[in-house]
Design a binder for this molecule. Structure first.
Ligand code: SF4
Length: 141
């Protein structure tokens, strides 16, 4: 089974702050013969540099703390993630929680005050709409 996964969870240094977010349960999946992980970083695929300014969703828009609009890059990244999901016939995606791209269920509320609100990141929203099951890293056994 092919499973799309946020690249930062696999150890890629692709986060906005130039860091990674390795998660031990994800590393365990690498040893499984029946699972093939397909890493993707939507924000990099959308053309954003690493490191880059932190951004949050404000409704349908995505903006940085200084007010720059990056909605188009986030949408392009979501479409790239969907492309990879279709190419590898993924029906599930393990996505980094709380991210304005990959988060699902809860994301930061757009005030840059570390306040969470109900919602999905741009990529998680698109993949879910296309029928993929979205799994957060803390959902892993
Ligand atoms: S866009 Fe997704 S994969 Fe890329 S750094 Fe953010 S959470 Fe990780």
């Amino acid at each position: 089974m092919n499973i799309l996964i946020s690249a930062c969870l696999l150890g890629q240094y692709c986060r906005y702050d130039g860091k990674t977010k390795v998660y031990p349960q994800v590393q365990d999946l690498l040893g499984r013969d029946d699972i093939h992980l397909i890493p993707v970083c939507p924000e990099q695929c959308g053309g954003l540099a690493t490191p880059r300014p932190a951004a949050e969703r404000q409704g349908k828009r995505v903006v940085t703390a200084n007010g720059s609009e990056v909605t188009a890059q986030y949408q392009r990244g979501a479409e790239a993630a969907l492309y990879w999901a279709r190419l590898f016939h993924c029906t599930k995606a393990i996505l980094k929680e709380k991210s304005p791209s990959c988060g699902h269920g809860q994301i930061y509320d757009g005030t840059f005050s570390r306040t969470l609100t109900a919602g999905d990141g741009v990529t998680a929203e698109l993949l879910r709409a296309e029928g993929l099951e979205i799994i957060g890293e803390s959902d892993l056994p």
